[in-house]
Design a protein around this ligand. Structure first.
Ligand SMILES: Cc1cc2nc3c(=O)[nH]c(=O)nc-3n(C[C@H](O)[C@H](O)[C@H](O)COP(=O)(O)OP(=O)(O)OC[C@H]3O[C@@H](n4cnc5c(N)ncnc54)[C@H](O)[C@@H]3O)c2cc1C
Ligand code: FES
Length: 281
C-alpha cells in the first residue's frame, strides 16, 4: 500500500499527487513511469514520474482525469492509500551528450511529462527553451515550475487567452526562423501534436524525441499491448521506451491502436459516474 502525502488540484481536470514511495524515489530518472492500481480490482494504469525527492522518499504524479481509473484515483485524498505502485519502469530519457541547446515542448497534461525532462537538462547546465501549449488560460499548469527550470518559457494557447495565440508548432517555427539552432527537440503531448512537431523538425534535421503513450498492461515487455512501430520495426514502449526517435514513429498506427478500446472506456466512464452519483446516471 502506498500513501498519498499531498494532493493538489492543478486545474479542473488535472491533479497532482505526491506518494510515499522511497524505493521508487531512490532510482527514478526523467522519462520513467510507474504503473498503479487504485485497489485490488483496479486496472493497471501507467503514469510518468513527474518529480521525485530522494531525501523525502516521495514521487509526484500528475494526471488528467479522463476515465474510470483516473476518476477513482482523483476521488482519494491526502492520507489515503492506493493498492500498488510499481516502478520506475521504462528507459530514462537519453539526450545526445553534446547537445547544448534543447527545446522541450509539452502539450496539455504532456507538460507534466515534459517538465522533469526540462528540469533535469537545465540542472545539467544545458540551455533549455520550453514551449508549453494549452487550449486556454484556465488549464495552464506548471508555469512557475517551468520558469524556475528553463532558460526561456513560451506559453501558447489555442484561443489566445494567455501567452501567444497558436499551437506549439507555430512557436517552434518562429524560434527556428529567428535563427535559433536546436541540437535536440523533445515533444510530449497529444499524438497529433508530437506528429506535427516532427514534421517541423524533420525539415531542419533536428533530432526529436517523443514520449509515446500506447495502452500498457504489464509494463514489463510480456503482454505486447504497448507495441508501436518505429523505423518499420515493432518496439515495446514499456521496456524500450517510452521515448523514441520521433522521425521514425508511425503515429497513425499508434492513434489507431489507442482507439481500439474507445467503446469499452466510454462504458467504464459511465459506470464510474454512476458509482459517484449513486446510480442516478
Ligand atoms: C508511459 C505512459 C505514461 C503516461 N503518463 C501520464 C501522465 O503522466 N499523466 C497523465 O495524465 N496520463 C499519462 N498517461 C496516460 C494514462 O495512462 C491514461 O490517461 C490512463 O490510463 C487513463 O485511464 P482511465 O481508466 O482513467 O481512462 P480510460 O477511459 O480507461 O482511458 C482513456 C484513455 O487513456 C488511455 N489509456 C487507457 N488505459 C490505458 C493503459 N492501461 N495504458 C495506457 N493508456 C491507457 C487511452 O488512450 C484511452 O483512450 C501515460 C501513458 C503512458 C503509456
Ligand atoms: S505493457 Fe505489456 S509489453 Fe509493454
Amino acid at each position: 500500500m502506498f500513501q498519498i502525502i499531498r494532493k493538489e488540484v492543478l486545474n479542473p481536470s488535472v491533479t497532482l499527487m505526491e506518494f510515499d514511495a522511497p524505493y521508487i524515489a531512490r532510482k527514478a530518472k526523467a522519462g520513467q513511469f510507474v504503473i498503479f492500481r487504485v485497489d485490488e480490482f483496479g486496472e493497471r494504469i501507467p503514469l510518468t514520474i513527474s518529480d521525485y525527492d530522494r531525501e523525502k522518499g516521495t514521487i509526484t504524479l500528475i494526471f488528467q482525469i479522463v476515465g474510470r481509473s483516473t476518476q477513482k484515483l482523483n476521488a482519494l485524498n491526502q492520507g489515503d492509500y492506493i493498492q500498488d505502485l510499481v516502478g520506475p519502469l521504462g528507459m530514462p530519457t537519453e539526450i545526445p551528450e553534446d547537445a547544448q541547446r534543447i527545446c522541450v515542448i509539452g502539450g496539455g497534461v504532456g507538460c507534466a511529462i515534459a517538465y522533469p525532462q526540462a528540469k533535469q537538462l537545465f540542472q545539467q547546465g544545458k540551455q533549455v527553451d520550453a514551449i508549453a501549449g494549452f487550449r486556454n488560460k484556465e488549464i495552464v499548469i506548471l508555469e512557475n515550475e517551468f520558469r524556475a527550470n528553463c532558460s526561456d518559457l513560451t506559453i501558447c494557447t489555442d484561443d489566445g487567452s494567455y501567452g501567444i495565440k497558436g499551437f506549439v508548432t507555430n512557436a517552434l517555427q518562429e524560434k527556428i526562423d529567428s535563427g535559433i539552432h536546436y541540437d535536440c527537440v523533445i515533444a510530449i503531448g497529444p499524438i497529433p501534436m508530437m506528429k506535427f512537431v516532427c514534421v517541423v523538425t524533420k525539415k531542419y534535421n533536428i533530432k526529436t524525441l517523443v514520449s509515446l503513450n500506447p495502452i500498457m498492461v504489464d509494463g514489463t515487455g510480456m503482454c505486447g499491448g504497448c507495441r508501436v512501430k518505429v523505423g518499420g520495426k515493432i518496439r515495446y514502449a514499456c521496456v524500450e521506451g517510452p521515448d523514441f526517435d520521433g522521425h521514425e514513429v508511425d503515429f497513425d498506427e499508434l492513434m489507431h491502436r489507442n482507439a481500439v478500446f474507445a467503446e469499452r472506456e466510454k462504458e467504464c466512464r459511465m459506470m464510474a459516474l454512476a458509482d459517484q452519483t449513486g446510480g442516478e446516471n
